[in-house]
Design a protein around this ligand. Structure first.
Ligand code: NAD
Length: 280
């Protein structure tokens, strides 16, 4: 089976649209781009169109290359104060020399729709999932929707970034899977991946996972986004793996749309949390 990320994402968006309508007030997502990275501008455009589809207001603060960390923090702080802004998202990467973790820590944790604030990451690790990173949350949501329980399963994650691998490992442990996290220093990658009933690959290496590295009947999520010539490919050798796995996500059209629709869902969650806190 090919996991249709776009179809799952539109289900999640429909759910979010209903939650937004119930709120009775339009949530707002404020994005910040520093510099003129074309990929960042494309990602922000995709996020804003998703906002339009679910009824979330969106705005973007475009800061020039050369903006200091203090100025970025200043922009974040003014967005933190605004009642019409439910979510604040700093689009990464930042220009060279700017430490994203310092900027990220300035976001009000209740508006941290990307889930990277150390407080939200800490809560996730402690088993209390509030606002969490969108890519891993989207994968968890898709597994639930596909009726695949994590309890007792052998799950293997390739990649240990703060954005994908580490938070996903915590989410899977919270659901009682047995989790292995592999990375560039892992000695025998295939020995691990062959054991996976659920395999998630987020390495950024095209063709890293071949058919003979996958356990028959596994669920495979390919997070990788790589440009090879004029094509966008994942980290999984799709044509080989689709013959072995029970189900696999394509690239494009798999994990990407799930990530964006999860961001919408989390913006609605943030708005709900803020309204509750403010007693409305
Ligand atoms: P990163 O560069 O921060 O981390 C890469 C990870 O892969 C590291 O843990 C590294 O040790 C590991 N790795 C690299 N080469 C390896 C190898 N040969 N064998 C085993 N492990 C290896 O990456 P990231 O930010 O987590 O992103 C990973 C990929 O996922 C990229 O292609 C990125 O574009 C993509 N991505 C996609 C989405 C989405 O929504 N679809 C979201 C985030 C990231």
């Amino acid at each position: 089976m090919i996991i249709d990320g776009k179809a799952l994402a539109s289900e999640l968006e429909a759910e979010t649209r209903r939650r937004v309508e119930r709120l009775g007030r339009r949530p707002g997502l404020a994005t910040i781009i520093v510099g003129d990275n074309p990929a960042s501008m494309m990602y922000v455009r995709i996020k804003h169109s998703a906002c339009d589809r679910v009824g979330i207001r969106s705005e973007n603060a475009r800061l020039p290359e050369g903006t200091s960390l203090e100025e970025i923090v200043g922009t974040i702080e003014s967005l933190n104060k605004r009642e019409d802004v439910s979510g604040v998202l700093l689009q990464l990467p930042l220009p060279r020399g700017l430490d994203p973790s310092r900027a990220m820590a300035a976001i009000d944790p209740t508006k941290d729709v990307d889930g990277f604030h150390p407080m939200n990451m800490g809560s996730l690790l402690a088993g209390a999932e509030g606002l969490v990173p969108c890519t891993p949350k989207g994968i968890i949501w898709a597994l639930e929707r596909l009726g695949v329980s994590l309890e007792g399963k052998d799950a293997v994650i390739v990649g240990h970034s703060n954005v994908v691998g580490k938070p996903l490992a915590a989410m899977m442990l919270n659901r009682n899977a047995t989790v292995s996290v592999c990375h560039v220093f892992t000695r025998d990658l295939a020995a691990h991946t062959r054991n996976a009933e659920i395999l998630v690959v987020a390495a950024g290496v095209p063709g890293l996972i071949r058919g003979d590295m996958v356990r028959p009947g596994a669920y495979v999520f390919d997070v990788g986004i790589n440009r090879v010539g004029d094509r966008t490919v994942g980290d999984v050798e799709f044509d080989e793996v689709v013959k072995v796995a029970a189900a696999v996500t394509p690239v494009p059209g798999g994990v990407g749309p799930l990530t964006v629709s999860t961001l919408m869902s989390q913006t609605a969650t943030a708005a709900e949390m803020q309204m509750k806190r403010n007693g409305r």
